[in-house]
Design a protein around this ligand. Structure first.
Ligand code: NAG
Ligand code: NAG
Ligand code: NAG
Length: 270
């Protein structure tokens, strides 16, 4: 009897413990179910967020594509237009709006940007003030100057070479300097460094004299030199010479009337 009661006791204990485990397991099942539901809800929310984000990204990419469509051919250097024909390309420096430059892809391997071009001498186009030379003038498919501000922005701290092409008696002669860098307006846009030259023509002596930009209305030159600049419509990088003047200065000025200048970013430059 005692044995049976004991068995009943055990059974009850087993049952109750079974019930308990059942309960707890039901409890934890419920908890997992709740958690699962929560997780599912979170997943749905995340999924929605992802969808929204990818829509936003797609929209952004679309507008960006639109922008690059507007400026399809915008370049930062004529080297980027290599392989293409010579011609006019919109150039972008920093955050400024683009402006057109002429890229010459046939001279010495191409990649040259024309920064100064004079063809038929005296016509008043180059008879300009400091302010004009600062901002540039003319059209890239004709006679023009790119402007000192842009030259500074393009070349300063970068690695550019420069080609001077002078037409003498219908023959074109050239001199290429392997470094060209223009400093800021505060310093009068001096050529900070001109490299060593190759080619048949020299515009600068191979030394470290500082050539600052000089116009008829802003210069540090002898009065006779100033007159010559006026007469020859010239403005250029000259060594300061307030105390002396030579006839070769006027000859130099006169030569600028048939000059073309191009710059090219050197390979492996930034
Ligand atoms: C425990 O779970 C079982 C099946 O999973 C169910 O039939 C039972 O009703 C649940 N018990 C309680 C107390 O929720
Ligand atoms: C490129 O420049 C060179 C040198 O001035 C010139 O002979 C040539 O005609 C130019 N090419 C083009 C396509 O402008
Ligand atoms: C250059 O411009 C100045 C100022 O406008 C003018 O007085 C002068 O006659 C011009 N010179 C030439 C050669 O056109």
């Amino acid at each position: 009897m005692q044995f049976y009661s004991c068995v009943v006791c055990l059974l009850l204990a087993a049952l109750s413990s079974a019930e308990q485990t059942d309960l707890t397991s039901n409890l934890s099942e419920d908890a997992s179910a709740v958690q699962l539901k929560e997780i599912q809800q979170q997943l749905v929310q995340l999924n929605n967020k992802l969808n929204t984000l990818s829509t936003q990204i797609a929209n952004l990419l679309d507008t960006k594509n639109d922008q690059s469509c507007d400026r399809k051919t915008a370049i930062t250097d004529c080297g980027e237009a290599s392989g293409k024909e010579s011609g006019i390309f919109p150039l972008r420096i920093c955050t400024e709006p683009t402006f057109n430059v002429y890229c010459n892809q046939s001279f010495e391997g191409g990649g040259w940007m024309v920064i100064y071009n004079r063809i038929d001498g005296r016509n008043g186009i180059f008879n300009q003030t400091w302010e004009s030379y600062k901002h540039g003038f003319g059209e890239p498919n004709g006679e023009h100057f790119i402007g000192l501000d842009r030259l500074h922005a393009i070349t300063y701290g970068s690695s550019y070479e420069i080609a001077f092409l002078l037409t003498v008696d219908g023959e074109e002669q050239f001199g290429i300097y392997d470094h060209f860098e223009v400093d800021n307006e505060w310093e009068n846009y001096p050529i900070r460094r001109i490299g060593s030259a190759r080619g048949s023509m020299r515009l600068f002596r191979d030394n470290n004299e500082l050539h600052r930009f000089q116009t008829y209305d802003r210069n540090n030159l002898h009065p006779l030199a100033r007159d010559a600049m006026f007469k020859q419509e010239c403005a250029f990088w000259f060594v300061d010479m307030p105390h002396m003047y030579s006839i070769s200065f006027e000859e130099f000025c006169a030569n600028l009337r048939r000059l073309k200048i191009m710059i090219r970013r050197r390979p492996n430059a930034i």
